[in-house]
Design a protein around this ligand. Sequence first.
Ligand SMILES: *Cc1c(COP(=O)(O)O)cnc(C)c1O
Length: 365
Amino acid sequence: MSGGDNLEFEIRPNPAPVAASERAALLANPGFGRIFTDHMVTVRYADGKGWYDARVEPRAPIPMDPAAAVLHYAQEIFEGLKAYKMADGGVAMFRPDANALRFVKSAERMAMPPLAPAAFLQSLREIIRIDQDWIPQSDEGSLYLRPYAFASEVFLGVRPALEYLYLVIASPVGAYFSGGIKPVSVWATPDYTRAAPGGTGAAKCGGNYAAGLSAQADAIEHGCDQVVYLDAVERKYVDELGGMNVFFVLDDGSLATPPLTGTILPGITRDSVIKLAERAGHQVVERPVSLDEWREGAASGRIREAFACGTAAVITPIGTIKSLDGEFTVADGGSGEVTMALRKQLVDIQRGRAADPFGWVHRVL
Ligand SMILES: *Cc1c(COP(=O)(O)O)cnc(C)c1O
């Protein structure tokens, strides 16, 4: 069950938007998550009333009571997706319907009222339309969309809140890899796990990220770019990185990726990679892969490539793995052929440079 199917968005244009010349200067080098557009979407929820007061309004600080429930018990969920300039000059989103469904699932896990997918999709179209001048023109840039919701009720008791706020903000982003794609190194943390069976690993909630910051800091201390988590029960099997799912390419051309048993986030990029790989004739097996199998497979040549995937970086080769048992590389530690071919197929569909046989591209403008 979800609510807000028939929301009408009231449009309040920003009376003082960023000047065109300043916007152009910002878009020349946007980085990631540093600059924001002129507007935001807000929708309120109250128990007994449902979702109401949907607006597109000037981006501004939101007043918060110090006792707002989210600040104490972290009842919060989010999504992340991109709007792209297409090869023909139009604008599209990639699989936003999948984000809408995942947002419903995350809400259910966190005992929050789900927002109807139709309202979620409408909110994205509204902010893209009003802030379309903020979409980078470059081949690599995009407008990153961040829908999120949190408990806004003023109450310190521990129970699901009775009031929520849903927002969408938008941030122009540049190429994730400036100067070409570089394989990442990962630290297989012996100290931390990301999610246990029955926990919140499959929900996209801020709390999962807060709990991962120490592990990520450790990874950097060990000279690695990212942390890779092992399962919480046996501490043997690869779960995922802090914000990306993992794939292995084997010497028989098949792919392996950890199964969705509730402890990893069901990535939309992960799902897209599975479908693209199968279309290209690769067998894809969803099964547990242990760190030992990874190490031995890299040594024997059974595992030829490994990569991580998610919306922000799309597909990133994994070159080096460090753990308490030492360090190893996959093949020569470079970018694998299958990895890079899948990346190109995915990005070409996203940008409208290749046919879209799965109906993934949603035109907005
Ligand atoms: C968002 C996220 C991913 C990637 O999901 P996509 O839908 O592909 O962007 C993977 N792992 C975690 C923990 C995430 O939060």
